[in-house]
Design a protein around this ligand. Structure first.
Ligand code: MLT
Length: 267
């Protein structure tokens, strides 16, 4: 179900689903990747872990959350997540982020760590952009201004999805293309600036005291298994799940295995 609330003159839109099992055991907030929206969490919203409410916000400038604030950072997105928890009446929630969503989860650990009950870090990385990554983001900004969001999405698809999905799942390829193409250029541009400016979150990892699950697609060409193993090694007590036949968007590519990992972790 789509819902929304207002924060500082902006609309924050989110998708919500709840498992029928009572009583509620908690709320899981799932934060989306770049350049997508809350809709990428459809397979998780369709099958919430037993007893859990699943909530997926559109980050500012994506989906139906607008307008994007000037010079936003991932800390601003994290404050929107805090406002969402307040709106839902939750003091704490399990926070899951995939790739850019993980960067927002790290920012949340900086601005309001007391609100994080457990952490799911999927296909993400803790470090800041390298000089080379910043250069390719600059090139992406030029492409965006010249050719639009569709070209950005087409250029990213071969890396967003794993080889198995690209070869055998045209439905998933089409859905990712569809979600990506719908994102407004202003939102995508602002997010590229947030991506380029994010700080190194590696020092947060050894200090983490909540349960953590690290997930990665075995075919992820952007933030693959090696990075996931490294993150798991740095977070005390973290679990690691590698998903076969999945690339960067592992929750969409192998939803059954992803949901099973979530269910086991939260159970
Ligand atoms: C994402 O999937 O959110 C992006 O790959 C993140 C990034 O480019 O760093």
């Amino acid at each position: 179900m789509r819902k929304h609330f207002e924060r500082a003159g902006r609309l924050v839109s989110y998708l919500e689903a709840e498992s029928p099992a009572a009583p509620r055991r908690g709320t899981l907030v799932l934060v989306h990747a770049f350049p997508l929206s809350a809709e990428m969490w459809e397979p998780q919203l369709a099958a919430p872990p037993a007893g859990w409410r699943v909530v997926a916000p559109d980050l500012a400038g994506f989906g139906r959350s607008f307008p994007v604030p000037a010079s936003a950072t991932f800390e601003d997105d994290a404050r929107d997540v805090v406002a969402l928890l307040d709106h839902l009446g939750e003091t704490q929630a399990a926070i899951g982020g995939l790739s850019m969503g993980g960067y927002v989860a790290f920012a949340l650990l900086r601005v309001a760590p007391e609100r994080v009950r457990a952490l799911v870090l999927a296909d993400t990385r803790p470090d800041a952009d390298s000089a080379e990554a910043r250069r390719s983001r600059q090139a992406m900004l030029s492409t965006l201004d010249r050719d639009g969001v569709e070209t950005i999405v087409e250029g990213m698809l071969p890396r967003l999805l794993g080889a198995t999905t690209l070869d055998t799942r045209p439905d998933v390829v089409a859905r990712v293309r569809e979600i990506g193409r719908r994102q407004p250029a202003d939102g995508v541009r602002a997010a590229i600036h947030r991506l380029m400016g994010r700080p190194d979150s590696t020092p947060l990892l050894p200090a983490l005291r909540c349960p953590a699950l690290v997930v990665a697609g075995a075919e992820d060409a952007i933030t693959g298994p090696d990075l996931a193993r490294r993150m798991q090694g740095e977070i005390p007590g973290a679990r690691l799940v590698l998903l076969e036949s999945a690339g960067h968007l592992s929750n969409l590519e192998q939803p059954g295995a992803f949901n099973a990992a979530l269910g086991e972790f939260l159970g």
